[in-house]
Design a protein around this ligand. Structure first.
Ligand SMILES: [Zn+2]
Length: 70
């Protein structure tokens, strides 16, 4: 199951190491004893995953809520 975080591709996202635009890809993250498949911007070259700050501080709270509702 994919948790949709409402992320859209953004041309401002770039891998600093490779100078490549990041592409949305499915990434499994582990958080609060659970794992989620979400779409996050990844570098197609080196595989670096970007977690936008608003996701880190905002959406994770929503994920937390989802967990508590179980
Ligand atoms: Zn890269």
């Amino acid at each position: 199951m994919i948790t949709n975080l409402g992320i859209r591709e953004n041309k401002d996202w770039k891998c600093l190491a490779c100078d490549q635009l990041l592409k949305l890809d499915r990434v499994t993250i582990e958080y609060m004893n659970g794992s989620f498949t979400v779409e996050l911007p990844c570098c197609p070259c080196c595989g670096m995953v970007l977690v936008p700050e608003e996701i880190a501080v905002g959406k994770m709270l929503e994920v937390e809520k989802l967990l508590e509702d179980k």
